[in-house]
Design a protein around this ligand. Structure first.
Ligand SMILES: Nc1ncnc2c1ncn2[C@@H]1O[C@H](COP(=O)(O)OP(=O)(O)OP(=O)(O)O)[C@@H](O)[C@H]1O
Ligand SMILES: [Mg+2]
Length: 249
């Protein structure tokens, strides 16, 4: 880590800073003075019960909520990308055109092709979105997100609609892509195992704030059978108010 002349350790470069964030709808307060920091290149997963405000937070970071809604400080890099549960591809554009949507310049097409290669879809450039499976469409969405080399990737349950096997494959793909491109990541998920498998840090959102901030100290290659993996899972499930049998605690 870099140090300056005084010998003090420099803070890691920051991708996201949120302070005292309030968001609500009518009388309902959803985010209630929330604070959040994400370092450059850090992978953070966000868990929370349905309706706890995960998507509201993600939309605030993405700048997708209406101007003037709520209060608080939100600092994010300008170069950010968002991926949702559905791939949101334009049905009247072919796959490559969807990846490079809104980009111009001589190398746009080549970068789009390279991104498709990276997500395992070389050769499908001229396919229509409806000709792809759900998992393949999400791969296109990831290629589209990464083609701009974002400093921040915001993902709202990107694998939520996929079957279990495809989801596991997508975990491997996302981990590899993030290791190569090193964006900061905020991944919203309902899946505790997905969070512990992928993240450097897992947050649990409750009552409008970060109720648990859990660093995941595991090797890059993670197995659900590792005792520490199981311990993290248990702690996170407890914070979510669920026991191992799925019952409410
Ligand atoms: N546009 C809106 N108008 C009114 N209420 C809203 C709006 N968007 C969200 N809410 C409310 O805010 C709360 C938080 O919603 P949000 O979508 O952020 O939850 P979430 O944690 O993403 O839930 P889920 O896990 O089900 O996706 C919910 O009670 C929801 O009904
Ligand atoms: Mg949501």
């Amino acid at each position: 880590m870099a140090t300056h002349a005084g010998g003090l350790t420099a803070a890691p470069p920051r991708a996201v800073r949120v302070r005292d964030l309030y968001r609500g709808f009518g009388d309902r307060v959803v985010l209630d003075g929330l604070d959040l920091r994400i370092a450059a290149g850090e992978f953070v997963a966000l868990l929370g019960r349905s309706g706890s405000g995960k998507s509201t937070l993600l939309r605030a970071l993405a700048g997708l909520d209406r101007a003037g809604e709520g209060t608080g400080l939100v600092e994010v890099p300008r170069n950010l990308a968002v991926v949702f549960q559905d791939a949101r591809l334009l049905p009247w554009q072919r796959v490559l055109a969807n990846v490079v949507l809104g980009r111009s310049g001589p190398d746009a097409t080549e970068r789009g092709r390279a991104a498709l290669r990276e997500v395992g879809l070389a050769g499908r450039e001229r396919a229509w979105p409806k000709e792809l499976s759900g998992g393949e469409q999400q791969r296109v969405a990831l290629a589209r997100a990464l083609v701009s080399e974002p400093e921040l990737l915001l993902a709202d349950e990107p694998f939520g609609a996929l079957d279990a096997l495809t989801r596991i494959r997508m975990h491997g793909l996302l981990r590899d892509l993030c290791a190569r491109h090193r964006p900061a990541v905020l991944l919203v998920t309902h899946d505790v195992d997905e969070a512990v498998t992928l993240a450097d840090r897992v947050l649990v959102l409750d009552a409008g704030r970060v109720a648990l901030d859990q660093t995941i100290d595991l090797p890059t290659t993670r197995s659900h059978r590792q005792p520490r993996f199981l311990a993290y899972r248990e702690r996170l499930l407890a914070a979510l108010g669920v026991d191992e049998t799925g019952g409410q605690t």
